[in-house]
Design a protein. Structure first.
Length: 373
């Protein structure tokens, strides 16, 4: 067995190697992967004088690599090592020009042991990008049939030392649109203070909503304009003389006025994680809509009066947080605003008040002309 080399066994081995090679998928040499994404592994003929046993081990090694399912074995013809100085490598990595386009290489040899009848198989696994050894181990045996049963475990043990780096594709940068168009709606708490009052004498919870558009100035700063529709409900309660001297009535005097607000804001766009957080501040103009409606309860008196802003301007500041959802982003905001002037209602009592407003709103915005695409 040690010196013979039966032609039928050699021919069968060469046919088996050719068959495995023919079934190996097309090679992507730039990555070391085949078209199924498996790492291509060159399996070199085993060195040593025990040629018959080496051939059996070689065939079983090819089958063991296939069984791992993550690797695509490429048999290497022994004839490529027939030139001068081209011995079958064992404890050295093969030359890259002899095994092009592979990610790993498996070399080895079969040798006689220290005792009579003892042999050992040694395998080396190489990473070919850097021509570095991944791991080596051997299998000592006396009965080759028993050794064949242990060979798949040895191959699996060698390949278990591969530490493949998982390179995640870079996350796309957050959207940086040139123009953003959005809409919002939410409640607005109002406080109304008359000139002779130190604290608000009336308050109400109203609604406001509208649209906004922001132009990108740079990656951090944007200029935003808004058109908001809003309402004010001013309620005063007090004691008025009744039909007799000892009777008083408690009237409920309500003014309801609608107006438009046109904020012009600077906003700073910060991106801590998946959210966009935007502090904002600026000024707004106010425009009355129609007349102020007046109701008096319990006697049911109703009327309407002209009204105006003494200074139709104000200051506002706030903060918004947005999260990308669907084709745009949903955002939540908190805004404070105060009028520079006063609301004057021509109701005969010369009702005059100053507004302070705190608004909470929810909205959705769409970005256009994303600079990061």
């Amino acid at each position: 067995m040690n010196n013979g080399k039966p032609l039928c066994l050699v021919a069968a081995g060469l046919f088996f190697s050719a068959l495995v090679f023919a079934q190996t998928p097309a090679v992507e040499s730039s990555t070391g992967l085949d078209d199924e994404g498996k790492a291509i592994t060159a399996v070199l003929p085993l060195a040593g004088e025990e040629t018959v046993m080496a051939l059996r081990f070689y065939q079983e090694t090819l089958a063991a690599v296939v069984a791992l399912e993550k690797y695509s074995p490429r048999p290497v013809d022994v004839s490529v090592f027939s030139g001068p100085g081209l011995e079958i490598p064992t404890d050295m990595p093969p030359r890259r020009d002899l095994v092009p386009g592979v990610r790993y290489a498996l070399t080895g040899g079969v040798y006689a042991g220290a005792r009579a009848g003892e042999y050992y198989l040694q395998l080396w696994l190489w990473e070919m990008a850097g021509s570095t050894m991944i791991y080596t181990d051997d299998l000592v045996y006396e009965d080759i049939d028993e050794a064949m049963l242990s060979l798949p475990g040895l191959v699996e043990w060698l390949f278990s030392h591969i530490r493949e780096r998982v390179i995640e594709p870079p996350k796309p940068p957050p959207p940086d649109p040139f123009f953003v168009l959005g809409f919002r709606f939410g409640p607005s708490q109002r406080w109304y203070t008359a000139p002779n009052e130190e604290t608000p004498g009336a308050w109400a919870l109203d609604l406001e909503g509208g649209v906004s558009g922001a132009f990108r100035l740079n990656s951090l700063l944007a200029l935003q304009g808004e058109v908001l529709f809003t309402s004010d409900t001013i309620v005063y309660r007090g004691l008025d003389p009744g039909p007799t001297p000892d009777v008083y009535i408690m009237p409920n005097k309500t003014h309801t006025a609608f107006s438009m607000m046109f904020p012009l804001l600077f906003r700073v766009n910060l991106r801590p994680g998946p959210f966009k957080v935007s502090p904002l501040a600026g000024f707004y103009a106010a425009l009355p809509l129609g007349k102020a409606l007046y109701q008096r309860r319990p006697d049911g008196g109703e009327s309407s009066y002209n009204w105006s802003f003494s200074v139709p301007l104000g200051f506002t500041l706030g903060i918004e947080a947005a999260l990308n959802k669907g084709p745009g982003a949903v955002f939540l905001g908190l805004r404070y605003a105060v009028d520079f002037g006063e609301i004057k209602i021509e109701d005969g009592d010369n009702t005059t008040i100053r507004r302070n407003m705190l608004s909470l709103y929810l909205g959705y915005e769409f970005g256009f002309f994303d600079r990061n695409k």
